[in-house]
Design a protein around this ligand. Structure first.
Ligand SMILES: Nc1nc2c(ncn2[C@@H]2O[C@H](COP(=O)(O)OP(=O)(O)OP(=O)(O)O)[C@@H](O)[C@H]2O)c(=O)[nH]1
Ligand SMILES: [Mg+2]
Length: 305
């Protein structure tokens, strides 16, 4: 990344990594005080690396939201995990975030421990363990969790937080600023992300698909923006987007009875995109089938993977 001006501040890049559903995207949005990354209760929501820029007194931290670390044989998932692992390199610090409210059996602990160790082996900079969702648990329950993770990796610090409620985030920022080197700004103060409006619009549509459909549909869906045009005369932005599914049988489900479901997805997405762009939006959605796209390298490239 190019550096902007000559004012010396504390600055650097921090990767937010961890298993799916830990709350990484929620944390990014909470720290920035605005919605950049999509959030859903379903695991494997985030598929790309998304930078959010946190500006404060004498510092700028570029936070990288990443896809959840998990094991899979599907190409889409493997590419997602690779994006997350690549983000651990060349950064000034890593935040490894886990959901502290999720209990495992001792047998699961063993397998998870081994799995997480392989991810943490990639870390080359100071790493903080973030125990998220503490709003859901009794603080006494944290001790065995801290003990478990401390045996996996020599974390520089352990910080209990609630990304949702904002608890513990001041301390997190303080700790991160503490390990940032002296440097320059990467982004102007008023640029909150490196993501384009086009990409963010596709993400918002995908979020609504994740929220409003069940079973395998979210994992079989991908969104591509076909066109994104400002119409100055009508004072609106006109967006044509395609929702790709893997099988013909899924088309009916996403369209719904008399088109109810796709209408619901479109309305919810349009409202959020209007808020983001701060102008009226005409959103046209198309449902297309692309067989086994999640195993198709060429299609994944189009999705930025
Ligand atoms: N109670 C509680 N829920 C949280 C907290 N942080 C996140 N969540 C919820 O956890 C779910 C997953 O949050 P995300 O931010 O999408 O998690 P993620 O780590 O980005 O997940 P992937 O993108 O799938 O890797 C959502 O339903 C959030 O609302 C928290 O601090 N407390
Ligand atoms: Mg996410």
């Amino acid at each position: 990344m190019d550096l902007l001006d000559s004012e010396i501040i504390k600055s650097g890049v921090v990767a937010l990594a961890g298993p799916p559903n830990a709350g990484k995207s929620t944390l990014l949005n909470s720290l920035l005080g605005q919605k950049i990354s999509i959030v859903t209760p379903k695991p494997q929501t985030t598929r790309n690396r998304i930078a959010g820029v946190l500006n404060g007194d004498g510092y700028q931290i570029v936070l990288l939201d990443t896809p959840g670390l998990h094991r899979s044989t599907v190409l889409l998932n493997k590419e997602m995990v690779q994006v997350a692992l690549d983000s651990l390199h060349g950064v000034e610090a890593v935040v490894f975030m886990v959901d502290a409210s999720r209990a495992w059996s001792p047998e699961q602990n063993g397998a998870r421990g081994e799995e997480y160790k392989t991810y943490l082996e990639e870390v080359e900079s100071p790493a903080f363990l973030l125990l998220n969702k503490v709003d859901l648990i009794d603080k006494d329950g944290l001790l065995p969790i801290i003990d478990f993770y401390s045996k996996l990796y020599p974390f520089k610090g352990v910080i209990p937080v609630s990304a949702l409620k904002g608890d513990g985030l001041e301390r997190l920022v303080e700790e991160l600023v503490g390990v940032m080197p002296q440097g320059f700004r990467y982004f102007p103060d008023d640029v909150p992300t490196d993501a384009t409006e086009r990409f963010l619009s596709a993400e918002i549509i995908r979020e609504k698909v994740f929220l409003l459909t069940g079973q395998e549909i979210p994992y079989s869906s991908a969104v591509l923006i076909e066109s994104f045009k400002e119409d100055e005369e009508r004072k609106l932005v006109e967006i044509h987007a395609s929702i790709y599914l893997e099988r013909k049988s899924q088309k009916g489900i996403i369209i719904g009875k008399r088109g109810d479901k796709i209408k619901q997805i479109g309305t919810a997405a349009r409202k959020d995109i209007e808020e983001m762009l701060d102008c009226r939006v005409a959103l046209h959605l198309w449902v297309k089938i692309r067989k086994h796209w999640s195993r198709d390298q060429r299609f994944l490239k189009e999705l930025g993977l």
